[in-house]
Write a protein that binds this ligand. Structure first.
Ligand SMILES: [Ca+2]
Length: 358
């Protein structure tokens, strides 16, 4: 719909241009595509910090706010880290503190062996930061932003899905008012990928399977960037070192926080880090980097396989079952990893220049 309207407006402007070149030139400037409004729901988190910097420096994006959730650490720490990142990189973006526990069950202990005791690879971060969170809880912040900009807001969720599910429970109509939902989460078995918390379950989904099932079941469009693709996007030490030389303070920060992360992967027998959350940002920036499959998605919410994500492809027929009457969602099934890394590198290098100029 938006495309049709903008195309119509654009052709109208072209007619005007033939009649009055100078007036049309001014009008064309005002008709430039509006920035895409995004809320990042996140649990920083080393790869979350990498994703946030990527998102912040992408052209054509208006980051309306950051909402914090638990996952890579407790929500007190992830909120502090989000506030710290905003302050340190002069982002001028509100941070709304989210929920600290899943809708059902319990959370914890945090995976400090992956993200460090402070959630940011144990680079020095002050215990307290000067700026305060938005007074609203995260799910209210999401509802307010979606209602203020109907049809325009993209929710980009790269932690547990609890804030999104709470927003849906509180105000179900927002499902029809959100432009799209992009999540990092899930593992659907492509390329032999299992979960990373259990053989069945990926961490963001495992942290709150009930919330994830509600997010997949709502009548908005979800695209899941799961381990099927993020495990195909590795960043080598050479890549990160080059970035630290090319991208000023931003590249150095990424290098510093990824030392702990890389060490965790090496101890687990993998030479390189995986680019989990930033891959979801890459989908927002350029969906053509990915191949997707459409179908209803369910999340296993109890038992041995809790947190497992299972899609019923639209192309397959089954007897009546738990996937019926659920919206078709997209899951990513392949990615151009090299182009994604190039996009990340270009964006971070350009962003570092704008930061140096501030
Ligand atoms: Ca995350």
């Amino acid at each position: 719909m938006t495309d049709l309207i903008s195309r119509r407006q654009f052709s109208g402007l072209l007619t005007a241009a033939s009649l009055a070149p100078f007036a049309a030139s001014a009008a064309l400037k005002t008709a430039a595509p509006a920035a895409r409004k995004v809320i990042l729901d996140t649990d920083p988190g080393i790869d979350d910090a990498m994703a946030l910097l990527f998102l912040h420096y992408l052209p054509g994006i208006e980051l309306l706010g950051i909402t914090s959730t638990f996952g890579n650490h407790v929500v007190d720490v992830t909120t502090r880290n989000a506030l710290y990142l905003v302050e340190r990189f002069k982002m001028n973006v509100p941070v709304a503190r989210g929920v600290g526990v899943p809708l059902a069950g319990e959370y914890g202990p945090p995976p400090v062996y992956v993200h460090g005791q402070n959630g940011l690879g144990d680079v020095p971060v002050p215990d307290q930061v000067a700026s305060k969170p938005d007074p609203r809880p995260a799910h209210k912040f999401i509802i307010d932003a979606v209602r203020a900009h109907p049809g325009e807001v993209t929710l980009l969720a790269v932690g547990s899905m609890t804030n999104l599910a709470m927003a849906l429970r509180d105000d179900p109509e927002i499902a029809g008012l959100v432009k799209e939902v992009i999540i990092m989460g899930g593992a659907f078995g492509y390329f032999g990928n299992l979960g990373n918390v259990t053989p069945a379950s990926e961490a963001n989904i495992h942290d709150d399977p009930t919330a994830a099932d509600e997010v997949f079941g709502a009548k908005w469009h979800v695209t899941a960037i799961g381990l099927d693709v993020t495990h195909r996007v590795e960043m080598t030490q050479d890549y990160l070192r080059a970035l630290s030389h090319e991208a000023g303070e931003v590249g150095e920060f990424i290098w510093d926080i990824t030392r702990f992360y890389e060490n965790f992967y090496r101890k687990s027998g993998m030479p390189n880090i995986f680019c989990h959350d930033a891959s979801a940002v890459a989908y927002l920036a350029d969906p053509a980097l990915f191949k997707t499959r459409s179908g209803a998605v369910r999340v296993v919410i109890e038992g041995l396989a809790i947190g497992q994500t299972i899609q019923k492809p639209d192309s397959r027929k089954f007897p009546p079952g738990a996937w019926d009457d659920r919206p078709s969602q997209s899951i990513c099934v392949d990615v151009d990893a090299e182009k994604l890394r190039q996009l990340y590198r270009r964006t971070i290098i350009a962003g570092a220049k704008t930061l140096a100029a501030k």
